[in-house]
Design a protein around this ligand. Structure first.
Ligand code: VAH
Length: 320
């Protein structure tokens, strides 16, 4: 039985659907700090939960009889950089409550880290699992600290905590909120709506990315992996592609030949992206628990454009 936090976010909204397919609707209690009465958010039990309230976190897991916690609630990079104190309190306070609840109730715990845990001094290409973590953003600091805190709970209390360093995630189900890699999602949406996009991230800014179905599959694969094979716990590098705005535009033009890409750099988010690796090494995930992404850039593009076009048509050209 699973407690999912941040269930209305970019990952949570799709992971909730998948987990309910795998384990049954009532087995998954979705939570978030805000309500969403849309059809997509239904499909099983939901309750409001502020993850910074440790007592409420514990009670939600206890009453649901959770044996697994998937803790996704957090601020992403750009928002965190605008509100660093709140980002620390939410990202670290929420994680500590997740770890404490998992320790007290004996739950398995999934925690998301990010390529943002690496800083400008990490090798840009083939960034190894054990590269130095000196992130330059509050979001990255909370991810690097979160990895250390999670590993501490594994060593000291034997909490079965596992985590992934997510790359930028491309999805169509729920809009991303407050990230830096969100430009990739926006580009697909604008390509379908307007045939053009003005990117706030510059040409030649390569970042690790992944299509959401691969990210969802990786969470399930890691959580069900044989623990004896895991040489690390909270921070597996995973990635499917290293791309820049031009690469995405070229892939889009295979379907929409007239697509136009323009640039209007956002210095804040460009600076965040410049502090992240270009292409990380995911060999440990492959070797230790069989990570293998199924979507490359062109397959991602084809599925994104097809789905977004269908959503645009069905919404009468309104919001997608
Ligand atoms: C962000 N999408 O942009 C997130 C992610 C690696 C990027 O952490 O902040």
């Amino acid at each position: 039985r699973i407690l999912l936090t941040g269930a209305l976010g970019q990952i949570g909204s799709e992971l909730a659907v998948r987990l309910r397919e795998l384990y049954g609707s009532d087995a998954v209690l979705t939570t978030d700090v805000r309500e969403d009465r849309s059809e997509a958010a239904q499909g099983g039990p939901f309750q409001l939960l502020d993850v910074t309230d440790g007592r409420a976190f514990y009670e939600a897991a206890r009453v649901h009889r959770a044996d697994t916690i998937i803790h996704l609630a957090a601020l992403l990079s750009a928002t965190a950089e605008a509100k660093p104190l709140f980002a620390w309190q939410l990202n670290m306070g929420g994680l500590l409550n997740a770890l404490e609840t998992a320790r007290e109730l004996g739950c398995q715990l999934f925690v998301p880290s990010s390529i943002a845990a690496f800083g400008p001094d990490a090798p840009r290409q083939g960034t190894p699992q054990d590269a130095p973590l000196r992130p330059g953003t509050m979001y990255g600091i909370s991810k690097a600290a979160g990895e250390q805190l999670s590993d501490y709970y594994y060593r000291k209390y034997a909490v079965d905590v596992r985590g992934l360093r997510f790359p930028g995630l491309i999805s169509h189900a729920a809009p991303p909120g407050g990230g830096t890699t969100d430009y990739a999602v926006e580009m697909y949406v604008q390509a379908v709506k307007n045939g053009s996009y003005t990117s706030y991230i510059g040409k030649g800014t390569f970042l690790d990315m992944m299509y959401m179905p691969d990210a969802i599959a990786s969470v399930a694969l890691l959580m069900e992996a044989d623990a004896s094979r895991l040489k690390r716990r909270s921070a597996y590098n995973i990635t499917a592609m290293s791309i820049d705005p031009e690469a995405i535009a070229a892939s889009i033009r295979r379907q929409l030949p007239g697509f136009e890409l323009r640039y209007h750099i956002d210095p804040l988010r460009q600076a965040i992206a410049d502090g992240w690796p270009d292409a990380i090494d995911a060999s440990a995930a492959c070797e230790e628990w069989g990570f293998r992404p199924a979507y490359d850039l062109d397959r991602t593009t084809d599925e994104m454009l097809t789905t977004l076009s269908r959503k645009l048509l069905s919404s009468g050209g309104g919001s997608i």
